[in-house]
Design a protein around this ligand. Structure first.
Ligand SMILES: Nc1nc2c(c(=O)[nH]1)N[C@H]1C(S)=C(S)[C@@H](COP(=O)(O)O)O[C@H]1N2
Ligand SMILES: [Mo]
Length: 309
């Protein structure tokens, strides 16, 4: 793979000024794809234009974001991923894309990402433990990737799997969960522009504990839907397995939308504790769909979200 992702490359480094200025218009057409492909895989990794969905809220510090994590492959404690994830080799990295797609394959990550438009995004990511953070992700729309591999009309869901490599993921030596960690989205959720694949944060490659080299971010759903260190993306026609839903279907539904009106059986989901303010910092009200209702509420029209939780 031609070098690791360089998130500090600016679009203007490889693109004429006029294109840079008109970037947003170009994204809609094939022009950008072509330009990036010609620039070559290494140069195609371009970031740093804020997403229109970025919140104005100040992000958490890099230290907060990288030292309080959930990543059971490295242990169940919030500080285990920071302690243990350094053992994971993330380069080379392959992602298998299969199922109902026109161009299935076992793709090298660098090849897969060459030509994918990069944008820096700032999203609030909520977690089921009722803590929350504001994280400046570097990523791109999952839809961009799915469109490149060609989703077939019969596909209804997208299924994801995390790497299984017990030699480098000590948590996998125990049956803490059924490995691989797996997740799924309905196709329309997957195609929503708020659903991103992240490759970095704070303009740098993703730290291992945050899901290097490629993780999902679905900001209107509880944290566990945002699967880390992805090695497989399958387009399927039936609702796929999802780790926490398999583990305990009474507590974790397939949808897992952030919803202050539907409590988890063992705790209230009405409020959350922003991380970074110390353990006794003030809880704040949780918003429906984590505040992204304008973008995603239409996906659930007509559904009873207390049943489809
Ligand atoms: N492969 C994998 N992905 C995972 C998890 C995990 O244990 N394994 N934990 C999930 C949970 S419960 C949360 S809250 C988020 C945490 O993401 P963060 O550590 O980047 O904040 O990752 C999710 N993705
Ligand atoms: Mo979580």
């Amino acid at each position: 793979m031609p070098g690791r992702w360089k998130n500090n490359l600016k679009y203007s480094d490889v693109t004429p000024q006029a294109d840079y200025i008109n970037r947003r218009d170009l994204i809609a057409g094939a022009g950008v794809m072509a330009a990036m492909t010609i620039a070559g895989p290494a140069l195609a990794k371009i970031a740093t234009v804020p997403s229109e969905y970025s919140t104005a809220q100040a992000p958490n510090t890099l230290k907060d974001i990288t030292s309080y994590n959930n990543f059971y492959e490295f242990g169940t404690g919030k500080d285990d991923p920071a302690k243990n994830a350094h053992t994971l080799t993330t380069d080379p990295w392959a992602v298998k894309i299969d199922g109902l797609v026109d161009r299935p394959g076992n793709y090298d990550l660098g090849d897969l990402l060459s030509g994918v438009t990069m944008e820096e995004r700032i999203y609030r990511l909520r977690c089921v433990e009722a803590w929350s953070a504001v994280i400046p992700w570097v990523g791109f729309e999952l839809a961009t990737l799915l469109n490149r591999v060609g989703v077939q009309p019969s596909a209804k869901y997208v299924y994801f799997e995390t790497l299984v490599r017990p030699g480098e993921m000590p948590g996998q030596k125990r049956a803490l969960l059924k490995w691989p960690y797996r997740e799924g989205l309905r196709l329309d959720e997957a195609m929503n522009p708020l659903t991103i694949l992240a490759t970095g944060l704070y303009g740098e490659d993703l730290p291992n504990q945050n899901g290097a080299p490629l993780r999902l971010v679905v900001p209107w759903k509880y944290g566990f839907k945002s699967i880390k260190s992805i090695v497989r993306i399958s387009l399927v026609n039936k609702q796929p397995q999802a780790t926490w839903n398999m583990q305990n279907p009474g507590e974790y539904g397939f949808y897992s939308n952030v919803n202050p009106n539907v409590d988890h059986p063992r705790w209230s989901q009405a409020t959350e504790r922003p991380i970074g303010g110390g353990l006794f910092s003030k809880r704040i009200p949780t918003q429906m769909f984590n505040g992204y209702g304008d973008q995603v509420a239409h996906l659930y029209k007509g559904m009873d979200l207390s049943q489809d939780f």
